[in-house]
Design a protein around this ligand. Structure first.
Ligand code: AR6
Length: 248
């Protein structure tokens, strides 16, 4: 029986750098013993398939290779056992409510300790940390725009930057599987039906340019209404090609 490594992810008395180094040198089996929560392996997150009955007009050419890199998953992002999960954080990076709160709770107190060394984060930027007690290997923190009233061009650009900079941070660090929550659409008030367009457009365009660097981008929705929105709008950005004509 392998002994549990000498590493306590439940206490903030430890050194986060030491913990991060130890975790990154572990194999998957050893890492799994350190998770503080249940996990969902990537194999249990299916690739997105259009039901084919979408009435929305495709905005991009069908590209089956890119379609195979997309998932729509409804559930808790903290459980995903993938390379990186994005966090919809605030400028302090010191934790908060919503998905940010769930990520800090799951990771344990060393995440806050590492975040405290980062000097905060501006709106639209992204900063990467370890994930400690989470099944993911890294957390990429970003800060979405706060929307008051209607969405302006600046808000749209800031939300685009969030997705773009998270993807760029992932690929710069050779991370191939990434999940996004619906950034800014909770407490920060970005209307979900407008945010979905920015999220899908930014990911589609990033994948066009960098398809060899990423294996999977997971849109992780929490609410039923967001699942329905993504199901409706995904075919516009990741359309299915016409099926091959039958030879019969
Ligand atoms: N997994 C996936 N998605 C989740 C989870 C979860 N465990 N929990 C909530 N969501 P929000 P924001 C969804 O408010 O609008 C924090 O206090 C939620 O249903 O978390 O960017 C930060 O510290 C919604 O769809 O983020 C900031 O102060 C989405 O995550 C502020 O909130 C985003 O909602 C950021 O606000």
């Amino acid at each position: 029986m392998s002994a549990r490594p000498d590493l306590n992810l439940d206490s903030d008395s430890g050194d986060w750098k030491d913990a991060k180094n130890k975790l990154s040198s572990m194999d998957k089996e050893a890492r799994r013993k350190m998770y503080r929560i249940d996990f969902i392996p990537l194999e249990n997150v299916p690739v997105w398939r259009s039901t084919g009955d979408s009435s929305c007009k495709p905005l991009y050419k069908a590209n089956e290779e890119l379609n195979m890199k997309i998932s729509l998953f409804r559930g808790d992002i903290t459980k995903l056992e993938i390379d990186a999960i994005a966090n919809a954080a605030n400028k302090t990076l010191l934790g908060g409510g919503g998905v940010d709160g769930a990520i800090h709770r799951g990771a344990g107190p060393l995440l806050r300790k590492e975040c405290a060394t980062l000097n905060g984060c501006e709106t639209g930027e992204a900063k990467i940390t370890g994930a400690y007690g989470l099944p993911a290997n890294y957390v990429i923190h970003t800060v979405g725009p706060i929307v008051h009233g209607s969405v302006g061009e600046k808000d749209k650009e800031a939300l685009r930057n969030c997705y773009y900079n998270c993807l760029q941070t992932a690929t710069k660090n050779h991370l191939r599987t990434v999940a996004f929550p619906c950034i800014s659409t909770g407490v920060y008030g970005y209307p979900p039906d407008q945010a979905v367009e920015v999220a899908l457009k930014t990911v589609r365009e990033y994948l066009e340019e960098n398809h060899e660097k990423l294996d999977r981008v997971i849109f992780c929705v929490f609410l039923k209404s967001d699942k329905e929105l993504y199901e409706t709008r995904l075919p516009a950005y990741f359309s299915q090609g016409s099926p091959p004509k039958s030879k019969l």
